[in-house]
Write a protein that binds this ligand. Sequence first.
Ligand code: NAD
Ligand code: MG
Length: 399
Amino acid sequence: MTINDSIKLPQSENKLRTVSILGSTGSIGRSTVDLLASNMDQYKVVALTAQTNTKLLVEQARILEPEIVAIGDSKQENELRAALSDTSVEIVSGEKSIIEAAERSADLVVSAIVGSAGLRPTLSAIRQGNIVALANKECLVCAGDVVMDEVKNSQTVLLPIDSEHNAIFQILSENNFTEVERVILTASGGPFLGWTEDEMANATPNQAMSHPNWNMGQKISIDSATLMNKGLELIEAAYLFPIFHEKIDIVIHPQSVVHSMVAYIDGSILSHMGTPDMRTPISYTLAWPNRMTVPSERIDFSKLRDLTFEEPNINKFPSLKLARDALSRGNGSTAILNAANEIAVENFINKRIGFLDIASIVDATLTKVTGYPIKSLEDFEELDRESRATTFNLVESWS
Ligand code: NAD
Ligand code: MG
């Protein structure tokens, strides 16, 4: 269970809240840095990590003065070390260094690495008993049972950053799960909502990355165009909240004003609204259980003309059905789905396959690979390897 009111972040006015950011140079990472930089009287940064962007990592380290910075690509260590030689910041590099940073004791670890690469570091942060603010939805899609078991064993909590889940988390804060009838996840529909299949068949990576409402990293932008992002979010919600997945609906809401809704047994529906700015949900995890001032644009209701809702078209966007079916099937199917999607998206960006091929290749991988229950990180890693190899071969032979 996500919400555990017995665990609170430090409340003392004199004590700074300590925070680490895994993936600080990404879209979520940069928004988090922005919030922390404006509230340095309340936070102390422990660790920052990045994979390759040394220049930005250096800038962030100079502003936030963390204890440690980790760069995944060890070839960049010397450059990082030289650029921070006049500071006392500890510098580490390589894949293991990200884990080392995640394991540092902090009140809150923001998990904002993209893809399954975020799983190991996130698990390490949880095992350490750190509270994790989770943006990296893929780690629940890959190994949701393993992650949630670790959360329980370590007696910590996951605070969702993903805007829809953060919205539901805010609405559900009374722990009233038994009175919930349905959860409604909203989806913008992405850049291709009104496009025909023929148009989508010829869509370029740049067109797929041009999200109408949100400014995000490459992979999640493509996932939003295929609607796989909403499929991943359905799986994420099923792990985060103790609500049977068949009670989770997905509705297209192109304006991205309502971030999600919870329908109760008495017919009441509570929604969470805001402008599309990830600093709002991130801030809710940084300040939880309180709130902080965020300089995001406010909704002007006098200018809001339409709030529309429609059913998603699963024939045009089959990824949604692939994700829901994988969730129902269990047996590691969501890990296979994630691996296939990561490889297919990479190959779409490299222009080796077309936009519509992404879902077809994910579907073909799910047919070819036999899953099994993921009970450990090792189980996941084996199935992930096999799934990636299968998808890779499918891409090679795709015409
Ligand atoms: P991004 O691509 O902008 O940033 C990814 C970060 O991860 C970077 O700091 C990068 O250095 C790091 N990274 C990449 N590969 C790595 C590896 N192999 N090992 C260690 N670090 C690595 O991604 P993003 O858009 O910020 O998304 C991050 C996560 O948050 C994703 O799981 C995404 O689905 C989720 N999310 C993002 C948004 C958004 O608005 N961007 C909204 C909701 C959820
Ligand atoms: Mg989202």
